[in-house]
Design a protein around this ligand. Structure first.
Ligand code: APR
Ligand code: ZN
Ligand code: ZN
Length: 362
């Protein structure tokens, strides 16, 4: 099958012929229908999230089940599925206390002793990112990386739910409780931020203030529910939020993953408010914030990982939200690309020219 392989960091992906193994017990072979390009894929390419090359990236997929391994009971060939990196074991502390998205088993990969799921034409193993590797025509995944969805859901739009939508929407719907009427700020209007924004709209937030450095995104943000937009390159965005919210917002979602915007997010949060960190700051960086500010104003700062998802429960619901018109996905897709065009897609993402881009397969 054809796949885009990361051979080294900070270099274009290479389009190669890659071998994919047959499903082992508990595994499912999926024909990839579509894969969104998520900023975390770029962060891996740039070395901000460590994952050793060679590897096939891509972790926001939809597809159709092609074959199942022994013991697989949740899927049959022909099922339409979304893939998610939050695979879970079902028995650890996090799975049993209701937070399967924190399950450590999601990093384990294939059981020891088995051939690699992916290999190059010379037989060398190729890393499978997040148990998915969706920048490829086929995916071989643990059963618990997949969820079956309605067949009337278009698969290109379904792919977005695999990471960005679940991350952003889940940050607003699962990680925190936003009371109706609360003021919300979203910093960063990529696929993740626009989904958090829609989550705020769906729960009935009051002011929804969208902040980005690219003013062209504001039309889209307003269309999706923003009440106010702030151009981060035009004056001080913190002062602008304070002016709109009488001294700071109830909830601020940082959806970029940069040190200065994390600091801005805390500063934009009002007394008693909550800062939600959704963007992944490179692991090599630390963020200085005022601890006194947190204490004296009782601000809370929380991380939100993968939308605090229980994806087998959440994703079919998000599909329903799309099909009943509450979740808007069509507007979020800036471009559909073929796998051959993937490096152009990353270039456009680096320049901030796009909301979400989706690779579609035949
Ligand atoms: N101030 C304001 N906006 C900015 C700034 C800045 N200094 N720098 C970048 N932005 C905006 C970009 O213009 C873009 O609209 O942030 C947005 C980021 O969007 P994407 O690159 O599409 O990122 P996305 O895929 O949404 O992911 C965001 O969430 O899951 C994590 O790892 C992912 O950290 C990443 C974050
Ligand atoms: Zn992602
Ligand atoms: Zn577990």
């Amino acid at each position: 099958m054809k796949a885009a392989v990361m051979r080294e960091n900070n270099a274009p992906l290479e389009l190669e012929e890659v071998a994919i193994d047959d499903p082992a017990p508990g595994e499912v072979l999926v024909k990839t229908a579509a894969s969104g390009i998520c900023h975390s894929d770029l962060t891996v390419i740039e070395g901000g999230l460590p994952y050793p090359p060679p590897a096939v990236l891509g972790h926001e997929p939809s597809g159709v089940v092609e074959a199942i391994g022994e013991g697989v009971t949740d899927f049959v060939p022909g099922d339409h599925v979304i893939g998610c990196l939050s695979s879970w074991c079902g028995s650890c502390k996090f799975c049993t206390d209701g937070r399967p998205y924190l399950c450590p088993s999601q990093y384990l990969g294939r059981a020891e002793g088995l051939a690699p799921r992916l290999s190059a034409s010379n037989g060398d193993a190729i890393g499978q990112f997040a148990n998915l590797s969706s920048f490829a025509e086929m995916m071989l995944c643990p059963e618990r990386s997949l969820v079956k969805i309605r067949e009337d859901m278009p698969l290109d739009r379904a792919s977005l739910i695999g990471c960005g939508v679940t991350t952003g929407l889940g940050a607003a719907l699962n990680t925190v409780n936003i009371p109706a009427g609360a003021s919300v700020v979203i910093i960063g209007l990529g696929g993740v931020g626009l989904s958090a924004l829609q989550g705020a709209r769906i729960v009935g937030a009051g002011k929804i203030i969208a902040v980005d450095a690219q003013a062209w995104k504001f039309g889209l943000a307003k269309d999706l529910g923003a009440t106010d937009c702030i151009d981060a390159t035009d004056g001080d965005p913190v002062a602008a939020v304070h002016a709109l919210t009488e001294g700071g917002a109830d909830f601020v979602f940082e959806c970029i993953g940069l040190v200065p915007t994390v600091q801005q997010a805390v500063a934009m949060t009002g007394r008693g408010g909550t800062t939600v960190l959704v963007g992944v700051v490179p692991m090599t960086e630390m963020v200085p914030i005022s601890a006194a500010d947190l204490v004296l104003q009782e601000k809370k700062v929380t991380g939100s990982y993968m939308g605090s998802n229980r994806f087998r429960f959440d994703m079919p619901k998000y599909v329903d939200f799309y099909l009943d018109g509450r979740l808007r996905l069509d507007e979020m897709i800036s471009a559909r690309l073929s796998l051959d065009e993937i490096n152009d897609g990353f270039d456009r993402m680096r320049k901030g020219e796009v909301a979400r881009q989706v690779i579609v397969f035949d």
